[in-house]
Design a protein around this ligand. Sequence first.
Ligand SMILES: [Zn+2]
Length: 617
Amino acid sequence: MTLTFLGAAGTVTGSKHLVTIGDRRVLVDAGLFQGEKRWREMNWAKFPVDPGSISDLLLTHAHLDHCGYIPALVKAGFRGTIWCTPDTIELAEIVLMDSAHLQEQDAKDAAEGGWSKHNPPLALYTQEDVQTTMRLFRPIDFDVDVDLREGLMVRLTRAGHILGSACVNLTHEGRSILFSGDLGRHDHPVLKPRGVPQGADHVLMESTYGDREHPEPEGLPHEEFAETIRRTVARGGSVLVPAFAVDRTEAVLKVVTEMRKAGRIPEVPVFVNSPMALAALKVYRSSEELRPDIHVDDFTDLKGLREVTSAEESMALNDPKFPCIIISSSGMATGGRVVHHLEHMLPDPRHSVVLTGYQGAGTRGRMLLDGAKELKMHGRYVPVRATIVQDKEFSVHADCSDLLDWLRDLPRKPRTVYLVHGEPDSAEALKQRIVTEFGITCVVPRHGEVVSVEAGAAQPAPEVPTPDHVGSPVVVPPATTTPAPSASGGLTTLQLANRMARALESGDGAALAQVLAGPVLVDGATADTSVWAQELRGFELVDLVDAGRRAVARGLAAGREVVLFLSLDGGRITGVEQVGGPRPASPGSSVLGGSAPQPAPQAPDSPVDRAPAGQED
Ligand SMILES: [Zn+2]
């Protein structure tokens, strides 16, 4: 059993974790890369393994950075089953349809603007692709064991992050991996609390806020938000709240309702202007996953609450003539109806904008927070004179203490914890805390790294350190260096493959010679080892199937898939046969004269980073 990190390694988006069990491939999450261009371009690269060879996909929750790549995978041939909770299915459909709609719109705009590198400009997938995708979904309830055939079992546990969000526990013949997905705080404002999953040998854990604690409100909750509403209304202005449509709009409505009932804010009309938010709200209305003390009325029992459905109503509201509160997506003002509101409201100093969560670099929300004096929208600059406020109390991500508590509560300690879904500083800070406080081996994996997942029985779980142990933790070597016995003597196939991959990644012929004790065949002809190392420079290992003295390693080099058939003996690789990927230059030619890397196709670009409203904080 191996695990390959194909996304959210070293970044917070693009979650994709490939589990290989013998010949079988299972994927956990298939999220879209967002944010920096170097990541977004990966959405357009060839998927490292044949999507048609993946039998099942387990989806933790409906945020775009976890589900937004699924239709692209289906378009490329995936026909397996997608398993998740019933609420996730409903929310995923809303989020994916919106994502497809935005991409089709982008491609259309690009065609009209003439600035796309594609001719004609392309959407990564269309609404039709999403409809095909939705037919592959199958629901699983929380806390039941589900048999995925051939000894593979799965169990979902409440993650308390957004409606339907789950931790995924996979077990196979005594081996187990637990995927945290995104974790909520210890007290979600609306949802039932997160559950305690069964323990596992190996745990993949998110680390978004691994280096931060959320501030506890001093005095009344959301007081800055309330104060902003009072002041703005008093001067005859309106309050605009950009909010993520899934989860955030519901939380904002609940807070506004509570503040109104407590007499903390004046009675002014409240408009919800986001078609996707309204659809998501319907899912909340029918769900059984709300906290027992929460009733749907808590979100909506508000005199003067109006749902804006038509485009005409929306346009009429762009420049409100009377004090009101407008909640509209997207949350980072990257697109959607909120951009029109901003365009009209920002120049007027009577109005206020209340941002409700993390604002990604390069987004309009971040620019406003950073004090921009003007903002570009629909091709023109608009002066910023309105008051800008951020309410950080709305975050639905666990902070550092919440993450450590989740790990502490597991019924047994994992052997290895892999930290994903975090910027490097965040993941590193959390790693130090985990090593120090629990004495568990903790790894921040590289993108594309493959690790072996072994049974836990051979090795006792490390003790939870008593205070005496703190500072000198019990550290168990990581899975990558505690190999199972294999046909290849001292080193496991995985270790050999990783060494070969590292040598190829750096194009280092000498390092390759240490691990490779035999010929390299390309197209049936023997290649010079050091020339070959140069040709496959930048190689990334993404999958390994170990069959004792033979193994198949799949990887990427220069944007192309490479399959390497390995022969193994005595801790060395005794032969390699390459199929696909870059070819060595003809014998005798310069090692520098290799094939040029093929750039991935370019996504239609946007003036600001496009983060559809399914994005989260
Ligand atoms: Zn999420």
